[in-house]
Design a protein around this ligand. Structure first.
Ligand code: ADP
Ligand code: ADP
Length: 220
């Protein structure tokens, strides 16, 4: 599904160069559930952003579905990203001025779909995460766990093959975190590839594989 070969990434600011990732070789198979672990600053978010085509490597190659991403034109990379990946973040990134249903519908606005169809897909995604009754609420009327479930609905509404999660339970208490993990496991059982950055050993072990990063390199 996704293959990184010899991937390195350096961030450059005015004076400082940071080698965030060095010679990463990683293969993520279709329908795998992979956890990425490692200390703060080791390069986990950078790795996830590269996998999700939110950023480009300094060197090395990334291939999605066997096709090197560098061979695509920019607009096709954006299209590949939007159709292949769904993203969820530690801090939810919901728009507080929009109702829950409208937040979930957002990623579909870029697709050429009738309004009724978009609304139905958003409703189905919310039902899938157990929030069918909260469609007309605003995000700040919901608990943190519910907000993260809305974010999952938004991530899956376009039926991506791969769900990328950056510390999805990092801002949640253990009960709400468990509910979020249950949904990720359910999506995985249904065939979605899941790649999750986490600091939580228990959550990490729910995955089918743990990848450990240290100082920008894969160590296990
Ligand atoms: P982690 O997710 O494991 O905490 P990151 O991938 O966020 O690690 O960061 C890896 C390294 O790259 C860190 O040293 C971090 O400070 C640096 N870094 C991350 N993003 C940027 C950026 N946009 N500009 C400069 N340095 C960055
Ligand atoms: P935190 O909660 O620790 O601030 P987030 O979960 O918000 O971190 O974000 C995790 C990573 O995702 C960061 O590296 C950030 O740069 C990236 N990110 C956050 N929001 C977006 C976005 N809308 N589009 C692309 N990348 C994003």
């Amino acid at each position: 599904m996704i293959r990184l070969h010899n991937v390195s990434k350096t961030y450059r600011t005015d004076k400082v160069e940071t080698l965030a990732l060095k010679d990463i070789d990683l293969h993520i198979a279709k329908a795998e559930f992979v956890s990425i672990m490692g200390p703060s600053g080791c390069g986990k978010s950078t790795l996830l952003n590269l996998i999700g085509l939110l950023d480009v490597p300094g060197s090395g190659t990334i291939a999605v579905g066997g096709q090197p991403v560098a061979s695509y034109q920019d607009k096709h990379v954006a299209q590949l990203r939007n159709t292949t990946f769904g993203f969820i973040f530690q801090s939810f990134h919901l728009i507080n001025d929009l109702r829950v249903i409208d937040n979930v519908e957002l990623p579909l606005l870029y697709r050429d779909l009738p309004a009724k169809r978009r609304r139905r897909m958003a409703r189905e995604a919310l039902e899938k995460v157990g929030l069918g009754a909260r469609m007309d609420h605003y995000p700040n009327q919901l608990s943190g766990g519910q907000q993260q479930r809305v974010a999952i609905a938004r991530a899956i509404v376009g039926q991506p093959q791969v769900l990328l999660a950056d510390e999805p339970t990092g801002n949640l208490d253990s009960q709400m975190g468990r509910e979020v993990m249950d949904i990720l496991l359910q999506l995985h059982r249904e065939g979605t590839t899941v790649v999750m950055v986490t600091h939580n050993e228990h959550d990490a072990h729910l995955a089918s594989r743990i990848v450990r990063v240290f100082d920008g390199q894969l160590v296990a």
